[in-house]
Every structure is written in structure tokens, then in C-alpha cells.
Design a binder for this molecule. Structure first.
Ligand code: URP
Ligand code: ZN
Ligand code: ZN
Length: 492
């Protein structure tokens, strides 16, 4: 038997959880077999001198081949989405198998699995979107899906077609508590948004920029506060997705200080775009229209602070790919109002290059924070550790070799999604993942894709691995009430 490594990455700056090692990574049978100085030659060697050797990214919030809350189909399927992700240094994605009203989870998961299996080029797991919490779903299908490796689900507090009532939200938290699942929450107050939108439209304020007015930061703050309250009441962790600014970061920070189990995520659009981008000529602003919307420079600072002090645990793309045509952003042509257009911006490919350039190289975060925010925290929270998210012996060899000196002027024609534009057109970023490796396979090299359609693997995920800062003040104790009430109800 040949005991040589299949691949050796040489002379790189390797970032592990705790240290930076100048040396080599030896890869055998798809896994990291050794890390250290002067490892023996592999069947193939890659020279990584002057390069950063980082874990492949995990994007735990992206919409792929999915029907949206407004009933629109994404522009990216599992092939274009995973190719695009890989070109940007991401080696695992977790998109959403979306249950809509009237649908059963087993059908949703079967359909989504079939779509992914023949197309994905990198590994993937699924979250669920839960919009039909009927008896079968709550007593049988959801627990079964969690046990089967879909250990997280997203619920919505807005969008008429998806939103849960508060009482359903509480039921979901109780179920998640019992079955050890992580509940992701889209926190915006539906009625505030509808109330503002109606008044804006009545007054003829229909342009994309009014999307940001209708989705007022207070709508996000109110819903976030309610979600935190529910989480504390039932004593169940939640993760607030796509946090857009200071009000929400502050609420989450305070709740965590109390010892509440609140996690949170933010995304490139809240660091690198503002509501001003929605105010472009004609309907161009629709290209920047997502929910919650990008805010302002102060909100961007609040997001950076949230990443720095650990209030925000993950940095995901919320890739929600809709074309600038009748299939997405312009369903009513030039008569489209901000209420009609698909919500969401693309970001799978540029998520990591933007943060590497503007976060790490610009000195706002260090390289360990970059790794945590783009990979290892996702692996822990979504039950992929120790297999994914870290450069460590025994883990899958999911690695990106970053050239920190390479400058790229972003232009859509160089990207690999199906959206037709990028909100980051014309920006210059420094640093790029030149070689991307998934389970030891070179996926991207010399700006070419080197793996087959359908060669990505489905990841059955384990329970979330959650850790909390020490409690600074006693929580109000409702959690123990719920525990004893539930025990009494079960006759324990
Ligand atoms: O505008 C957004 N974020 N669209 C995608 C769907 C969602 O709510 O995450
Ligand atoms: Zn959302
Ligand atoms: Zn989303």
C-alpha cells in the first residue's frame, strides 16, 4: 500500500483554532492526515509559500433552488450555487428545504434531496423552513427530520405565506428544546412592515428605496425582542439570522449578558451596502433590495462591533438569487413597486473575499476571527464538527489556499451564479482563494472547476454544539418552570 499523502500543501501559513503554523498539510483519503513542518512529499504537492491555508468556508444561510416567501423560484440551482460558492472559497453550504403551507416535510426533503444529489459539486446539508406546523409535522415529521440529521430549522415572523403565529413559535421552541434542534429566526414585525408599506404605496412612493423605509429598523427590533422573550420563556436557544444594525445587535448583546441563549448571524450586505444603494436610477435599486434591508454607516459599524465582541457568531451570505427581470426583481416590468419585487441579494461567491479583504486585511478582525466567522462557528452551531470547519487532523480536507496579494476588481462576468449582476460591481478586493479543496479533491485551481456535477455529498448533521459566556445575572427562572410544567404534563 502506498502510504504517501495524496496531496501535500507546502510552506503555507496554516490557521488552526488556536495557532498559526508555518508548514505543511498532508492529505490522505479525503482527510487531513498530518500538519507540521517538512512533511514527506505527496502524490502531488501544492506550493503555498506566502499564502494563507484556511478551512474551506461554510455558508450556513443561502437559498438555492427554493421557492421564496413571495412564491418566486431562485435563479440558482444546486450546480450553479455550489460552483459559485466554491470559486469564493466555500466548501460546504446549508440551504433550506422549504416547507410551504399545506406541504409535508418528508415530501419537501425528498424533493430537495433529489434536486441536490445530481448537481452539487461541494458538500451540503439542509435546514428546514417550517411554515406548516400542523399536527403531523409537530408530532412526527419534524422530530423525525431532526433525528435524521436536519438539526436546524428556520421560522419566519414576517411574509404572509410563511409567518408563524406567536403561539406556533412557542410550540416550535418547545419541540426544539426536546429534540435538540437550533431554531433560526427571521425577525421582522409583519404588521409594522405592511402598515408602513400600505401608506407609502398609497402616496405613490413605490420606488425600491421605499423598501428600506417600510422595513424600518424598529420592525426588526420589535420582532427580535419578542423572539428573545420567547427563547427565554421556553429556555431554548435561538439564532437570529441576517441582523442588519445597531438596535438588533444591542438587544442581542443585552440578552446574552443576562445569560440568555441567543445566537446571531450577519451578512455581507449589512457590512458593505447601505439603504442609499436602493436609491439608484429607475428600478436599479431593486438589485440591493433584501429583508431586512441594508441600513447606514452607523449600522455597519454596529455589525463590525458585533462580530468583534462575539455578539454575532456567524457570517453567512443569505444568498437569495433573483434576476433583474420578470422572474425575480421586476415581476410587473417597469410598473413593479417595492412590494412586488423578490427580496434578496446574491453573495455566495463574494462572501469570503469581501471579509478577507475588508475585515482581515484591513485590520478589523484577525485571521482566527475570520476562520470562526466563516467556518468553525458554523460547524459547531450546525452540528458539523469535528468533520468540517477546521484544519485539524482527522477532519475532512476542506481547505482554501488564499493569495493575500491578489487584487481583484469585482465584475459580474467573472462570477459563476445565474443572477446576472452583483451588488458589489466595481469594488476592488485584496486576497482571493486561488485553490479550493473539498474532501481532498481539488475543486478550483487556475480559475477552473475540476470536479464533476453531482460529486458533492449530503451531510447528515448532528446536534448543535452551543457554548455560552458565563451568566452575568440570573435569568428569570422561567426555564425551570417550563421544565417542571413539562415534566408534570408528562406525568414524571
Ligand atoms: O431578503 C431576503 N433575505 N430574502 C431571502 C429570504 C430570507 O428571508 O432570508
Ligand atoms: Zn430571512
Ligand atoms: Zn435567507
Amino acid at each position: 500500500m502506498d502510504s504517501r499523502f495524496d496531496l501535500t500543501i507546502r510552506n503555507g501559513r496554516i490557521v488552526t483554532d488556536t495557532e498559526i503554523i508555518d508548514g505543511d498539510v498532508g492529505i490522505r483519503d479525503g482527510c487531513i492526515a498530518a500538519i507540521g513542518p517538512e512533511l514527506p512529499a505527496g502524490l502531488r504537492d501544492i506550493d503555498a509559500a506566502k499564502k494563507w491555508v484556511l478551512p474551506g468556508g461554510i455558508d450556513s444561510h443561502c437559498h438555492v433552488e427554493q421557492l421564496s416567501g413571495m412564491g418566486m423560484m431562485c435563479a440558482d440551482d444546486f450546480y450553479s450555487a455550489t460552483v459559485s460558492a466554491a470559486f469564493g472559497g466555500t466548501t460546504t453550504i446549508i440551504p433550506f428545504a422549504a416547507q410551504h403551507r399545506g406541504m409535508k416535510i418528508p415530501d419537501v426533503v425528498k424533493d430537495y434531496s433529489e434536486r441536490a444529489r445530481t448537481k452539487a459539486v461541494i458538500d451540503y446539508g439542509f435546514h428546514l423552513i417550517l411554515a406548516n406546523p400542523d399536527d403531523d409535522t409537530m408530532t412526527r415529521d419534524l422530530p423525525e427530520a431532526i433525528r435524521g440529521g436536519i438539526s436546524s430549522l428556520k421560522i419566519y415572523m414576517t411574509y404572509d405565506r410563511l409567518k408563524l403565529e406567536d403561539i406556533q413559535f412557542l410550540d416550535v421552541l418547545e419541540l426544539a428544546r426536546e429534540h435538540n434542534a437550533l431554531v433560526m429566526v427571521h425577525a421582522e414585525n409583519n404588521d409594522i412592515i405592511k402598515w408602513l408599506a400600505k401608506r407609502l404605496i398609497e402616496r405613490g412612493h413605490t420606488a425600491p428605496k421605499f423598501h428600506a423605509v417600510a422595513h424600518d429598523p424598529l420592525a426588526e427590533a420589535e420582532a427580535t425582542n419578542r423572539a428573545i422573550t420567547f427563547s427565554r420563556l421556553v429556555d431554548t436557544p435561538i439564532l437570529i439570522v441576517h441582523v442588519s444594525g445597531g438596535d438588533t445587535v444591542g438587544l442581542i448583546r443585552s440578552a446574552r449578558t443576562l445569560g440568555a441563549h441567543i445566537l446571531a448571524e450577519s451578512c455581507p450586505q449589512y457590512l458593505f451596502l447601505t439603504a442609499g444603494d436602493l436609491d439608484r436610477l429607475g428600478l436599479e435599486g431593486a438589485k440591493f433590495c433584501c429583508s431586512p434591508p441594508p441600513r447606514d454607516a452607523q449600522a455597519q459599524e454596529a455589525i463590525w462591533d458585533g462580530f468583534s465582541d462575539g455578539t454575532l457568531a456567524t457570517y453567512s451570505s443569505d444568498h437569495a438569487p433573483y434576476r433583474f427581470d420578470a422572474t425575480g426583481k421586476l415581476p410587473k416590468g417597469d410598473q413593479t413597486t417595492f412590494k412586488d419585487m423578490a427580496n434578496g441579494v446574491p453573495g455566495l461567491e463574494l462572501r469570503m473575499p469581501l471579509l478577507f479583504s475588508e475585515g482581515f486585511l484591513a485590520g478589523r478582525i484577525d485571521i482566527h476571527e475570520f476562520v470562526r466567522l466563516t467556518a468553525s462557528n458554523h460547524a459547531d452551531l450546525y452540528g458539523l464538527s469535528p468533520r468540517k470547519g477546521r484544519i485539524t487532523v482527522g477532519a475532512d480536507a476542506d481547505i482554501a489556499v488564499w493569495n493575500p496579494a491578489r487584487e481583484t476588481r469585482i465584475t459580474y462576468s467573472d462570477l459563476h451564479d445565474q443572477v446576472g449582476y452583483t451588488p458589489y460591481e466595481g469594488r476592488v478586493v485584496k486576497g482571493w482563494p486561488e485553490i479550493v479543496i473539498s474532501r481532498g479533491r481539488i475543486v478550483i485551481e487556475d480559475q477552473q472547476l475540476h470536479v464533476e456535477r453531482g460529486s458533492g455529498q449530503y451531510l447528515q448533521r448532528g446536534a448543535p454544539r452551543l457554548s455560552w459566556p458565563e451568566k452575568k445575572a440570573p435569568l428569570h427562572g422561567q426555564g425551570s418552570f417550563i421544565k417542571s410544567a413539562m415534566a408534570a404534563a408528562k406525568g414524571d
